[in-house]
Design a protein around this ligand. Sequence first.
Ligand code: VG1
Ligand code: CO
Length: 543
Amino acid sequence: MSIVTVATQPIEGQKPGTSGLRKKTRVFMAPHFVENFVQATLNAIGGATGKTFVLGGDGRYFSDRVAQVILRMCAANGAARVIVGRDTLLSTPAASHLIRLNRTDGGFIMSASHNPGGIDEDFGLKFNTPNGGPAPESVTNAIHAETLSLANYRVLEAQDVDLSRVGETTIGDMVVSVVDPVADYADLMETLFDFDRLRASFAGGFRMRFDAMCAITGPYATEILENRLGAAKGTVVNGTPLPDFGGMHPDPNPTWAHELMDVMFGPDAPDFGAASDGDGDRNMVVGKGIYVSPSDSLAVVAANAHLVPGYANGISGVARSMPTSTAADRVAEALGIPAFETPTGWKFFGNLLDAGRVTLCGEESFGTGSDHVREKDGLWAVLFWLDIIAARGQSVAEILTDHWARFGRNYYSRHDYEALPIDTASAIVDDLRARLGDLPGTVVQGMTVSAADDFAYTDPIDGSVSAQQGLRVVFSDQSRLVIRLSGTGTEGATLRLYLERVVPGPKDLDLDVQQALDPVIRAAEELAGIRARTGRNAPDVIT
Ligand code: VG1
Ligand code: CO
């Protein structure tokens, strides 16, 4: 087998976004596109010589081809070993775990997460660093810089490696270890949660429904919930990962997981419902007739962590992305531990987790996780809730009601306007940004603005600065609105409007969420004019 050096030219647009490089699949299928990005990544991390990597993904269309390219390129660049999930499958949290467990030099994750899959849908590729987390901006900027000057890439001339069977083979001088995608991850979960208590709960008649949305979590949920914990067969639905996710949009929110919502709000609702996304890092949690907002979920998890074996010794701190509601901050205050506010994207939690400054992290976008890996973790969050429910002997509704009574309630919602013309969306953000300095002290829809800024973050560990991370307008009653542009979309621009209103209680803890937020929604329209300027009557997605 010989190593071929292929001449290439820089390709525009290979800048990783909030979470890796995401494009239409056909863009990834263009000549040299994958190869350029992989070589740029290897160059940016100082080469691959002697290194070990993890490789896997959510199994979406084109993953099988990309996996073979990555293997041939790692071999040609001198890597010692690549650990691959069987059939290229690895959930994002499982990949993070394998990177850490095997003390590797990082890993490649093939996924566009919750974006649909297929030849006319989306593909994605992300590099995670040796701590198991998404590459920080210093690394993604270096990768992007490499893509702009790349002149050639190296690839081994070789046949495809059989990835359908667990075991070791070689390609050139490089070892390929094909592993069971589920086993190590499931074992990790057993160390964190009280599996005996959970088994007793299912044996006692507790019923749940887990919707894997034809994406990666099916095999994980089936092994953990049905096989190890004894949940009834059929608890996991849509449990087989399909290259096009069965035509579904594997995004666990009330809009896209509406089948689950219908069941949970219907007459025969089980005790608990949950869904995960394409690559298994997101979670939606639903009780009988009650939806748990992800921001509340983080707060409840933090407030009850002491009930869960893996966290019984206490948590060191909590971090949330800036647009996530401040519900978790109230819990941190009560626990006497620090709360951190970071930009959107899991990569910003890595340093805090590595330094032991925080144990739990969360985002409003259905992401919750802890220091057990360096990604958000959908199934972990589901097990956390199940363990809390079992320990407290309460329903989801009772747990939330108690939580709000104790800490007050942060009414919260996100309104997404998708596939907007990029110019329109950018102008909305730019115009509001230009007016931020004048807003404090003004009255909007009866509420006084107390602060307004464009969020900039200085990482407390390495001092790196990330500017322009979202416009926020805070009112004197702590209500808040945030506007930012998505960094994961592949079509036009997606504008996200985040809305929050704090009600300390004891009154008004049981309002309709959109009604409770109505003044903030009107204030956002008055300040940014999203509907007026886009001609849209309503958001495409409300979470
Ligand atoms: C979105 C979410 C963000 C999340 C990111 C990746 O980013 O808002 O909170 O970390 O997706 O999640 P953006 O830039 O589109 O708002 V995943 O499950 O798509 O890897
Ligand atoms: Co995801």
